[in-house]
Design a protein around this ligand. Structure first.
Ligand SMILES: Nc1ncnc2c1ncn2[C@@H]1O[C@H](COP(=O)(O)OP(=O)(O)OP(=O)(O)O)[C@@H](O)[C@H]1O
Ligand SMILES: [Mg+2]
Length: 259
């Protein structure tokens, strides 16, 4: 059976095509201003990678912030459900999922049978999200994809004390002017994002295994800082950006199974 999931987030539109329980194709594209176009492009690319046509797919489920902008989806499901399903599929022992996306961060607790027990979400403030890192990357003139590796070279710790992104950006500029290195400041930034996500997670029970999802965890330093904060090893999927879309494709499969 072939199903697909499309996760239209604030920053990326991700698609997964599932064929008999295996990922046959996937895609990650920038969402941009036109969510429908991004969803369609991502889905078409995933189908192309799988060597399949629209007519081969039994059902498409959409999720994410722009889930209602997917005209070819039969059903829209919340991100919380989809991230839970996707993470449990990749890591059957997953109990906690931490998703750090472009615009929000969330911590999800799943029970024994994989059902979502509880979740907390920060979608009001850029601190603790990809947006925070993007602002800092620009202020420090570092490529987003290099931030993690660069910060791992720091020798001394610097604390970024402002919790607000706008104030933290001013603090970063002052630290640069005071002679702190980019490595040290970047490390401070990653510790700050980890502290925000940790504070969010403390509202729930964080239990091993913890799975990290979302584009931000491609930044190795964010994953390390969270491990240090939580005092445990965390699991990161090879492509953390497609876990929501994978969950949506799995949800579509269960709907077809039960029809
Ligand atoms: N290679 C990379 N290295 C570091 N960070 C990255 C990389 N690729 C993407 N990101 C980060 O991932 C973020 C986007 O993540 P993701 O695609 O999970 O967000 P989204 O699902 O669109 O957003 P949301 O779930 O908040 O609506 C970007 O803000 C960027 O900071
Ligand atoms: Mg997302």
């Amino acid at each position: 059976m072939i199903t697909a999931g499309v996760d239209v987030g604030s920053l990326s539109a991700d698609a997964v095509v599932l064929n008999d329980g295996k990922v046959a194709g996937y895609s990650v594209v920038n969402t941009g201003a036109d969510m429908r176009r991004a969803a369609t492009q991502s889905y078409n690319q995933a189908l192309e990678q799988a060597g399949l046509e629209h007519s081969d797919v039994g059902m498409v489920v959409s999720t994410g912030y722009g889930r209602s902008s997917v005209p070819f989806a039969s059903k829209a499901v919340t991100e919380i459900t989809c991230h839970g399903k996707g993470a449990r599929f990749l890591f059957p022992g997953a109990s906690t999922i931490i998703d750090i996306g472009g615009q929000d961060s969330k911590v999800i607790e799943v029970g024994g049978l994989g059902k979502v027990v509880d979740f907390v979400m920060n979608d009001r403030c850029a601190a603790g999200t990809g947006r925070f890192l993007e602002v800092m990357a620009q202020a420090l003139e570092v490529d987003l994809g290099d931030m993690g590796e660069v910060s791992l070279k720091h020798k001394h710790d610097v604390v970024i004390s402002s919790t607000c992104t706008v104030f933290a950006e001013s603090e970063v500029i002052s630290l640069l002017a005071s002679g702190y290195s980019r490595e040290e400041i970047l490390n401070g930034i990653h510790q700050a994002i980890a502290s925000r996500v940790y504070a969010l997670g403390m509202k729930l029970r964080i239990r091993d295994e913890v799975v990290l999802t979302g584009g931000v965890v491609k930044n190795i330093a964010v994953a390390r800082a969270l491990e240090k904060r939580l005092g445990m090893k965390l699991k990161t999927p090879p492509e953390p950006q497609i876990v929501g879309a994978l969950g949506a494709a799995l949800h579509a499969r269960s709907l077809v199974d039960h029809s």
